[in-house]
Design a protein around this ligand. Structure first.
Ligand code: 6GU
Length: 237
């Protein structure tokens, strides 16, 4: 899978070199390319933002550098208007608190894509025409992590890349570990324990030491339901 990231803070993505995603990059399973949006500016100050038309607080990201990077990643517009086929291009993901909500189902959908482009906005947002232009080169989705505001799309893109990357075949050594985790069956995960059986006065639940697989499975399912009821009743509704 190829993933391009467009940002004015490429250093945010240095950590993609460590952990499982880093290993998958080294193994050639994930081809992640980070682009500095400022490299597509042509003024001395490498300007990427300007004041909003219509007034208001904050700054808006200018369309021109975005256009250049989109052309670089997805191909420049062809002279032949019939040549542009957005259905064959990459999927552009713009992290935005004004987007649709990111869930495990979204992560699964995106993990099946051959080519994702994350466009990380800063300031008050990106000039709206950038989304229209990207839609001529590929499909476009604005996606939010949840109902709170981050300073920019970088941290959100990192979270999405990790959630997506671990679902790409070959990234996780033991794919069975993906099956039993939170949100895969619509419930929160059951509690886990390891040795020692007694630690600082806390004991591992007796049933887990019983060796009785049926009773263990039953107990874990009950724990999942109880936790979900308590912490995330919205998932049961
Ligand atoms: Cl995707 N972006 C920003 N800037 N803030 C967010 C978010 C995304 N998701 C939640 N808050």
């Amino acid at each position: 899978m190829r993933i391009d990231v467009v940002t004015i803070f490429p250093a945010f993505f240095d950590v993609l070199e460590v952990s499982l995603v880093g290993k998958a990059r080294g193994a050639g399973i994930l081809d992640i390319r980070v682009h500095d949006l400022r490299d597509a500016t042509h003024d001395r100050h490498r300007t990427v933002d300007d004041t909003p038309y219509g007034g208001g607080a904050g700054m808006v990201m200018k369309p021109e550098p975005w256009g250049e990077v989109i052309d670089e990643i997805a191909g420049a517009p062809s002279a032949d208007p019939d040549a542009a086929d957005p259905t064959t291009g990459p999927l552009f993901v713009f992290p935005s608190p004004a987007g649709e909500r990111f869930t495990q189902a979204t992560a699964r959908e995106l993990a099946a894509e051959p080519h994702l482009v994350f466009g990380c906005g800063r300031y008050e947002g990106i000039d709206e025409r950038v989304f229209s232009y990207a839609a001529t080169r590929g499909r476009v989705r604005l996606i939010s992590l949840g109902d709170y505001v981050l300073n920019g799309g970088e941290v959100a893109a990192m979270a999405m890349i990790e959630a997506i990357g671990r679902l790409v075949p070959g990234v996780i050594g033991n794919p069975e570990s993906l099956v039993e985790e939170s949100h895969e069956d619509g419930l929160l995960e059951y509690p886990s324990y390891t040795k020692p059986a007694s630690w600082r006065g806390y004991d591992v639940p007796e049933v887990l030491l019983s060796g009785h697989h049926g009773r263990v499975a039953q107990w874990r399912h009950e724990q999942q339901l109880e936790r979900t009821r308590e912490r995330r009743p919205d998932l049961l509704a």
